[in-house]
Write a new protein. Sequence first.
Length: 196
Amino acid sequence: MEPRGSAEGLPGGQGGCRSLRPSEHATWAVFSGESELVMDDKGRISVPKRYHTLLAPDADGDLSVVLTRGFEPCVFVFSKPGFTRFTARLSGQAFAGAKLRKLQRLFFATVYEVKLDSSGRVNVPDVLRRAAGLGGDVVLVGSLGRAELWDRKKWRAYQQESEADVAELGELLAGTEDPDTLPPDGARGGGGATPR
């Protein structure tokens, strides 16, 4: 099935994903869009072709992804370089606190590097399928530096529940506030008169 989500406006027309190349020394893969997929009885899904360009081939030319347990009921899907960048943020905090150590144990205990087969499929390990409740109808959702693999019904329910938060979440993304919700100039912290 074709991805839901638009590639319009994305340089290179990569069908919902693109590589940003701010310099010749750095590349960031941006996963976006949504693809409805069917997981077979062996736990395999077809990785959409538009994502293949975001995966770094190994010395033999094979493509692979890094799969791990997500923080919601999903499986995180990273490119190898993307996983390296993601984990670099945690590497300097090896003994930072009990909660972080617990997160690291649970997260890294379920990391799997999986090669795409000749048909472009990956086999999602059983432990990850069980943790996320995956089987049958699934959806692969772009989430910037990674994709997320969700049970389709759980994803649709999550979308419904989150719909009311879109405006607030958009403000976080934009880093701005709605001027209609700000107090008058004179009422902002610090007192002072409104300039004339």
